[in-house]
Design a binder for this molecule. Structure first.
Ligand SMILES: Nc1ncnc2c1ncn2[C@@H]1O[C@H](COP(=O)(O)OP(=O)(O)OP(=O)(O)O)[C@@H](O)[C@H]1O
Length: 324
């Protein structure tokens, strides 16, 4: 598979104005993006997603490392590299609210160098694709958030670049519209052969549309896996113990120390294990106070739990803030 974007050892630090504290927003991040995939960049608030995205689309100059787009260095060969990328950052602020839907498309088509003879055809094609034809003469300010978001993505598609970068594309959308946008993104990749990078907090969205996810926490990559593999990896290693009675305080403490993710509900204790041995450790902990195990079940772990586990594990020993 062809690598269309290569992020290598990317680092960016900021100096906080008031405290002069140095923040490592992105700390030696490396990952590749393959042509034709939808990649999810996932992470909690402040993880470094926006900094990574802005570095990819040339809006930030990193302190270290590099980004190559189609082989061009986004820093040293900026204009060539940026020919291959369109971005929708910070929600739908890339469109003008006082212009109509069609006027926005016309304005940005001119702005992005779309061939004059093809502008109207291109706009009609996009209006049809995004089901915005009926709204073409309406002001953007009167549209629903979902329609504004669709228009913002349509504007990004005008230049027909290979890669589309979308920051939180479903943020603030109702469930139905979120599904509509997700389907459109899948169609863009399937029908137009684009590559899409999505940054998101929204795990169901990533699980639904992304082929692969790069999870960032504290400025570092903590996972780079196909979404299905990530789930499978943890899927087989989650167990629910049904016990007689309740856990003792000592047992709770031992479980807490040993298992990053566990959940206790009445006489059900669910743990996510990393090694087969962990299962025996859990049995020993229960045996230590003669707790009777009624049954052990394998359970499914959803994507959200996987994410939380990765974030908590990394968070324990990897502070992103270094004092100056
Ligand atoms: N201009 C800046 N000056 C100082 N610190 C900054 C600046 N921009 C980002 N940071 C810090 O860098 C870290 C990473 O921020 P970034 O915005 O990249 O994270 P994020 O994952 O996009 O978060 P969110 O999901 O909240 O947007 C955070 O600790 C943030 O406070």
């Amino acid at each position: 598979m062809e690598k269309i974007i290569q992020v290598k050892d990317l680092s960016k630090t900021y100096k906080k104005k008031k405290t002069k504290e140095i923040v490592k927003a992105v700390d030696s991040v490396s990952f590749d993006v393959y042509r034709g995939e939808i990649l999810g960049l996932l992470g909690p608030n402040g993880a470094g997603k926006t900094t990574t995205i802005k570095s990819i689309c040339g809006l930030l100059v990193p302190n270290g490392g590099s980004v190559h787009i189609n082989g061009y260095d986004s820093n040293k060969q900026r204009l060539k590299a940026l020919n291959y990328i369109s971005a929708v950052l910070e929600g739908n602020r890339n469109i003008y609210w006082r212009l109509t839907v069609r006027e926005n498309l016309e304005y940005f088509a001119g702005n992005r160098g779309v061939n004059r003879r093809h502008i109207q055809d291109k706009i009609d094609e996009l209006l049809a694709f995004f089901d915005l034809k009926k709204k073409e003469t309406e002001l953007v300010s009167s549209l629903s958030r979902g329609m504004q978001q669709k228009l913002a993505i349509a504007v990004a598609l005008l230049a027909d670049t290979d890669v589309l970068l979308l920051d939180e594309p479903t943020l603030g959308l109702d469930v139905e519209t979120s599904y509509e946008v997700r389907d459109l993104l899948k169609k863009i990749v399937e029908q137009q052969g684009k590559t899409i990078i999505i940054s998101s907090h929204d795990m169901p969205v990533v699980q639904d549309v992304c082929d692969r996810t790069v999870i960032i926490n504290g400025g570092k990559v903590v996972a780079d896996e196909k979404v299905e593999d990530l789930i499978k990896l943890f899927d087989t290693r989650a167990y629910s113990f049904t016990i007689e009675g309740q856990l003792s305080e000592k047992q709770t403490r031992l479980i807490q120390n040993h298992f990053p993710i566990f959940d206790v509900q009445d006489n059900q204790v669910q743990i996510t294990v990393e090694k087969e041995n962990d299962l025996y450790t859990m049995m020993d902990i229960l045996k230590s106070d003669q707790t009777k195990i009624e049954k052990i079940d394998r359970t499914t772990v959803d994507f959200e739990q996987v994410f939380m586990q990765l974030i908590q594990k990394e968070g324990q020993d990897d502070p992103a803030v270094a004092s100056h």
